[in-house]
Structure formats: structure tokens, C-alpha cells
Design a protein around this ligand. Structure first.
Ligand code: BGP
Length: 479
């Protein structure tokens, strides 16, 4: 055995992550109702469509057989709310229930534990038109939908997440403008949405606990590392502001049961500079306090960190959604500017590759949020324009990326952080929300014309890691 080998606990789950809208396709099949993204992808000028995506709606038996073959022991899936309740509420769609029953049963038959997210960006269209997560009526509807799911699938699903990445819903929809409803620089609205989502999370989580089902429940947050580009008081303050808005505000709600005074002061500073205020109701904080006592785990997504400098100017954002390196701009009024760090490499989409940030966020959650009992890396991976050569895909840069991030997990575990699994983003290639199909993440290559799957070199490497409970050196992969 190599002296360099880093081992992981025997019960550490090597999983694969997916999201309903990004893999299922079949958006008009079997009575599914429309969601916000259907309308978005149909608008003039839209570059992509979610049909057939990776056709997981029909190909799931094949993908789960691949999981079993390649040592993938857990799969993160998300339910499409409008497959289950086509209008978002009321009438149930039996075909949607049947589909998810078959999917869950097939997971279990292959020894692949399902980890279900209730909401992964695809809000029912009628609610989106009624204001989306700005409209507090959606909180009650979400809790009702959660109840339907817990009742139908709670006997077999043992890991639940209420939401995927509330921060992305807020930031991408209301600040960066690359998700529906495509608003830009509306920091106050984004923060309000974060709060409303935290209330919906807390109430659904508490409901689950009252049902005494045999599983665990948490939430999936994307935690972005924030680092001052140079160590000045102004840059450190920019770091604190960005961290409060992206990470701390919601971690406080989930694990402290309310906003810490220092967090609230940072958030209020951003709100004031952007001419906004936060609206809360007293019951919100009761819900936070209750759910913080009951939450079982944090699902942490980590892709990159941001290097920050102080910024006095107006907000400016340019999204790199084509993979043309060096085209991103991100500066927010009242917060700070994200700048490139020449010492840190980036992906073609300008995402800094900085595994240290993953380690630091894991340690920070463990230190600052001791009520967080377990952490799963619910997403991490590398968007890459894979080359398909004679049926083979040598994605060595992806293996290197994942190995470095697993090493960060390994180091955090050695420091006492209870990380229990790693779900690579992504299991198979799929639709990227605002980048389409040339940004691939999968262990399994999808030929979108034929829907044929091809295991990449990373799949063979991941299998060895899962079998040996270790971060296997690249040289040991036979491909
Ligand atoms: C996360 C989302 C995923 C996935 C991933 C990669 O924020 O939870 O759904 O899309 O990011 O992002 P992208 O597809 O933009 O590269």
C-alpha cells in the first residue's frame, strides 16, 4: 500500500449527486406540471432545453446499475414538485408518485442509498408568477408538499434535505441575474428570500420530526470560502460582509436558531447601503429555534472560494456562462468585489480551485455551529469540457480536483469534523442551469444524441476509492 495513501472511515459514503430538473428530462410526460425553469428555458434567446437532459426519467435503471458497478453507494436525487403536485398544491399526480416509488425502490435494490432533496430550484410555475420565494404564501405550500413526500416515501428514504442552496436561489435570481426571474443587484430582495427560505426549511423540518419517520433530515447549503485578497481592515470587512450574506446568515438560522447580533449587524449594513430592510414575523424565530434543536445534518456543497477586496462603486456582474476563461466580473455595492488571485488556478468558468477553502468551511461549521451533528459533502466536482476520444474520456484534471478536495475532507476529519460522506457532482453528465451542456461534471459521460453512457477515467478511480475507503493515487487507475 502506498505510503501517501489517505484513508477514510469504513462507513464513509462515496456517493453521486443529481438534481431532478437537470437529469430527468420528460418535462411534459405523465402529467408533470410546469415549473419556473420550463418557462425560462422556453423564452426567446434561451440557449438550452431540459428535454431530454440525461433522460434519467427513463434511464434511471441503467444509471443505478452503473452506480452499483462503480462503487457509488449513495445517490442524491431531487423530487420535481410538479410531478407530484402538478399545480403545486391540491391534486396529486399518481404517475409522479409511481415514478419516484420505482426510482427509490431501484436505488435500494442496487444498494444505493437515496438522499432526497425536496426543492432543487424548480419552483411550481404558478407560485413563481405569484412572486416566488418573496411571497410568504409559498412557505405554507412548501410545507404541504413536504408532508405529501414524507407520507409517500418516508418509510424508505432515510436522508432528506429541505432545500438545495437557498443562497443560489437568492443570488442567481436577484443579484447575478442568471436564474429566473433574472433580476440584478437586488440585494435586499435576495436577503429577504434567504430569510423566507429559512422559515420554510425550519417548518418542514419540524413537520418531519413530528411524523416520527425512520430517517434524518437537514438542508443543503453551498458554502463559499471568503478570503481577503490582501490582509487590510477594509478587505477583511468586505470578506465579512460577503460571508454574512452568502453563508453565515443562513447557518445561524439553521444551527443557532436565530441570527447572531454580529451577523445581523453585517446584514443590516448591506441592507442600509442598498436602501432596504428585512421583514420578519415573530413566529419565524420560534420556528428557527425549534428546528435548530432538531436538525440532523448539514449537506455542504463546495465548489470554490472568493478573494475579496473592498468596493465603493456600484454593483457590476458579468457571468461567464460559456467557459471562456477570464470573462467574469462580480462586485457588489455595499459588500465587496471578487477579484482573481494569480496564485490560485481556476476552471474555464473562472471558478477558483481552492480546496483549502473547503477544509476551512468544514472546520468553521464544526467550530461555530456545534449543534451540527453530521456533515455530508452533498456536491463537489469540476466542470470540464471533456474530450471524447474513441469511446474513452480521460478526465485526469477532474480526478486531481476531486482528490485534492477529498484530501481537504480527510484533513478536516482528522481535526474532529464529523464528515460522513462525499457525493460527487455529478453522477452523470447533465444540464448545467446557466451553462448548458458543454460544462460536464459526471463520472459517466452522456452522449446527448444517443443517451449512451460511458464511464470516464474518473469513474474507475472513484470505484477504487470507494472499495478501498481511501484517496487512491492516480497512477493506480487502469483505464
Ligand atoms: C450547484 C447546484 C447544482 C449544479 C452545480 C454546478 O450550485 O446545486 O445544481 O448545477 O452548482 O453548477 P453549474 O452547473 O452552474 O456549473
Amino acid at each position: 500500500m502506498s505510503a501517501k495513501r489517505k484513508t477514510l472511515p469504513k462507513d464513509f459514503i462515496f456517493g453521486g449527486s443529481t438534481a431532478g430538473y437537470q437529469v430527468e428530462g420528460a418535462t411534459r410526460e405523465d402529467g408533470r406540471g410546469p415549473c419556473s425553469w420550463d418557462e425560462d428555458m422556453a423564452r426567446p434567446g434561451s440557449r438550452f432545453t431540459a428535454d431530454p437532459a440525461s433522460d434519467f426519467y427513463h434511464k434511471y435503471p441503467e444509471d443505478l446499475a452503473l452506480c452499483e458497478q462503480f462503487g457509488v453507494k449513495g445517490i442524491r436525487i431531487s423530487f420535481s414538485w410538479t410531478r407530484i403536485l402538478p399545480e403545486g398544491e391540491g391534486r396529486m399526480n399518481q404517475k409522479g408518485i409511481d415514478y419516484y416509488n420505482k426510482l427509490i425502490d431501484t436505488c435500494i435494490a442496487h444498494g444505493v442509498e437515496p438522499f432526497v432533496t425536496l426543492h432543487h430550484f424548480d419552483t411550481p410555475l404558478a407560485y413563481f408568477h405569484a412572486g416566488g420565494w418573496e411571497n410568504r404564501a409559498l412557505i405554507d405550500h412548501f410545507v404541504d408538499y413536504a408532508r405529501v413526500c414524507f407520507e409517500a416515501f418516508g418509510d424508505r428514504v432515510r436522508k432528506w434535505a429541505t432545500f438545495n442552496e437557498p443562497w443560489s436561489i437568492a443570488q442567481n435570481g436577484y443579484i447575478a441575474g442568471n436564474f429566473p426571474p433574472h433580476h440584478t443587484f437586488e440585494l435586499g430582495r435576495a436577503i429577504q428570500i434567504e430569510h423566507n427560505l429559512m422559515v420554510a426549511h425550519a417548518r418542514a423540518l419540524h413537520l418531519y420530526k413530528t411524523m416520527h419517520l425512520p430517517g434524518k433530515i437537514g438542508i443543503v447549503h453551498t458554502l463559499e470560502g471568503k478570503v481577503p485578497i490582501t490582509d487590510t481592515p477594509e478587505n477583511r470587512h468586505a470578506r465579512d460582509l460577503d460571508d454574512a450574506m452568502s453563508n453565515r446568515f443562513m447557518l445561524d438560522a439553521c444551527f443557532h436558531g436565530g441570527y447572531d447580533a454580529e451577523t445581523r449587524a453585517l446584514i443590516d449594513e448591506i441592507l442600509e447601503k442598498n436602501g432596504s430592510t428585512l421583514v420578519t414575523e415573530p413566529g419565524d424565530f420560534e420556528a428557527f429555534a425549534q428546528a435548530a434543536k432538531e436538525i440532523d445534518f448539514l449537506g455542504m456543497n463546495y465548489y470554490s472560494s472568493h478573494f475579496l477586496k473592498a468596493w465603493d462603486g456600484e454593483s457590476q456582474v458579468i457571468n461567464n456562462s460559456t467557459g471562456e476563461k477570464g470573462t467574469s466580473v462580480f462586485a457588489l455595492k455595499g459588500v465587496g468585489a471578487r477579484v482573481s488571485n494569480p496564485a490560485v488556478p481556476t476552471t474555464d468558468w473562472d471558478w477558483p480551485i481552492y480546496p483549502q477553502g473547503m477544509h476551512d468551511q468544514l472546520v468553521r461549521v464544526h467550530r461555530d455551529y456545534p449543534t451540527c451533528k453530521e456533515i455530508f459533502i452533498a456536491e463537489n466536482g469540476m466542470g470540464y469540457k471533456d474530450d471524447f476520444v474513441d469511446g474513452k474520456i480521460d478526465d485526469t484534471p477532474r480526478i486531481e480536483y476531486v482528490a485534492k478536495h477529498l484530501a481537504a475532507v480527510h484533513a478536516a476529519i482528522a481535526e474532529g469534523v464529523p464528515v460522513k460522506g462525499y457525493y460527487i457532482w455529478s453522477l452523470q453528465d447533465m444540464l448545467s442551469w446557466s451553462n448548458g451542456y458543454n460544462k460536464r461534471y459526471g463520472l459517466f459521460y452522456v452522449d446527448y444524441k444517443t443517451q449512451k453512457r460511458y464511464p470516464k477515467k474518473s469513474a474507475y478511480w472513484y470505484k477504487l476509492c470507494s472499495e478501498r475507503h481511501a484517496i487512491v493515487p492516480l497512477e493506480e487507475v487502469v483505464y
